[in-house]
Design a protein around this ligand. Structure first.
Ligand SMILES: *Cc1c(COP(=O)(O)O)cnc(C)c1O
Length: 390
């Protein structure tokens, strides 16, 4: 064998069955082969398990899928290159022309955009309500056949709590699928509800370190099977190296999530006592209008603390510019603490009435609490809040 051939066929290293790596290897290989054409054909006919082409599956991404399904308490999962990839591919795989979708003003902006602008071009209709309007949900589901109800809890940014039990009961009774973007709550929460499809951004709490993007769709195997081929051709596949980084991040998921929640809770309490703050939105605070519902549905109240500054937009500007530890940028669930102002929230596509219903004011700030020392974070916030009162 010439060396130019050899470099393309390096020696293979096989481990003995009793010799195991503690960390699974990254299968950074797009293609997999079988020893014979007959076995290849059997695989292609679905008569044997295996791997063939990464866009369909890969051992490293598959390991992540099985772990996420178990964490969320369902049978199966499909991972994607981003959270929005999971949402768009799930919506495309689950809807057809003429279907009706129920969605909410408080949902993630790209989700609303996908439904209102993209699916609309393919003849999928929608109704947009507030997540607090359960009577409206009941009325809408009674008035027309609905393919799916897609919602979040807690909502972004002002942490409204969806009544998951009521929404899933109404959806089930109407023959609609319930789809919960569970990114804010995390994989360990909301698993006991009768939700058909969970969506997650793996960019947030799963990786935890803000250095990799990914998304997941988690459901019972029959639904995943129905979506799998569409996902393969839509093509938003997660790279195995990204899957490896996310698997690594998940090892510390529970300790990170709980430490960040404890810090978020302390920060929410302190903000609620501050003169410059009109209102704090944190489901763990007894003053949150849906605290009882949140306490019933969640074990941990999350790491997002939002609040409204009394001084409105001018105060928000001074506050944002005075922050030193909190980074002024999008996303959440990272080890660094982050801040977003209403000017950065981009719900401009909502008209004035819908804006008002969304609960976002010109002085709304959303904090994502990281793993820094809580006292250091409080000092940074107090310093920045002091600048808003001048
Ligand atoms: C961030 C986020 C997404 C999108 O995830 P990406 O990984 O950024 O594409 C979807 N839903 C919610 C609730 C999010 O916070």
């Amino acid at each position: 064998m010439k060396k130019s051939t050899r470099v393309n066929h390096p020696p293979s290293i096989e481990l003995a069955p009793d010799n195991h790596p503690l960390v699974a290897p990254i299968y950074q290989s797009v293609k997999f082969e079988f020893d014979t054409l007959e076995e290849t054909e059997r695989y292609l006919r679905g008569e044997r398990p295996g791997f063939y082409y990464q866009r369909s599956s890969n051992p490293t991404t598959r390991q992540l899928e099985l772990l996420l399904a178990e964490l969320q308490g369902r049978d199966d999962c499909l991972v994607t290159a981003s959270g929005v990839g999971a949402i768009s591919q799930a919506l495309l795989a689950l809807t057809s022309q003429g279907d009706h979708v129920l969605c909410f003003i408080e949902s993630y902006n790209p989700t609303r955009y996908l439904i209102r602008r993209v699916l609309a071009r393919f003849g999928v209709e929608h109704t947009l309500l507030s997540i607090e309007d359960l009577a409206g949900v009941e009325r809408t589901l009674a008035s027309r056949p609905t393919r799916l109800v897609i919602f979040e809890s807690p909502t972004n940014p002002i942490t409204r709590i969806a009544d998951i039990g009521a929404l899933t009961r109404l959806a089930r009774a109407a023959g609609a699928l319930s789809v919960l973007d569970n990114t804010f709550a995390g994989f360990h929460q909301h698993g006991s509800f009768d939700v058909d499809v969970y969506l997650h951004s793996l960019t947030k709490y799963a990786s935890g370190t803000g250095d990799v993007m990914g998304g997941a769709v988690i459901a019972r195997s029959e639904l995943i099977r129905a979506m799998r081929n569409d996902f393969g051709v839509l093509g938003g596949t997660l790279d195995p190296h990204a899957a490896f980084l996310i698997l690594r991040g998940l090892k510390t998921y529970f300790v990170r999530y709980r430490a960040q929640c404890a810090s978020a809770s302390a920060i929410a309490q302190r903000l609620a006592e501050h003169a410059a703050v009109a209102r704090v939105h944190y489901p763990g605070l007894p003053t949150h209008p849906q605290h009882a519902l949140a306490a019933q549905q969640m074990q941990d109240f999350g790491t997002i603390v939002s609040f409204d500054l009394r001084g409105g937009a001018p105060a928000a500007r001074r506050f944002a510019d005075a922050l030193e530890l909190f980074a002024l940028t999008a996303s959440l669930g990272a080890t660094e603490s982050l801040a977003v102002t209403s000017q950065m929230m981009g719900s401009r596509e909502l008209n004035a009435d819908l804006q008002r219903l969304s609960g976002i004011t010109a002085g709304t700030i959303r904090l994502s609490i990281g793993l820094e020392d809580t006292d250091d974070l409080l000092a940074d916030l107090e310093r920045a809040l002091a600048t808003t009162e001048g």
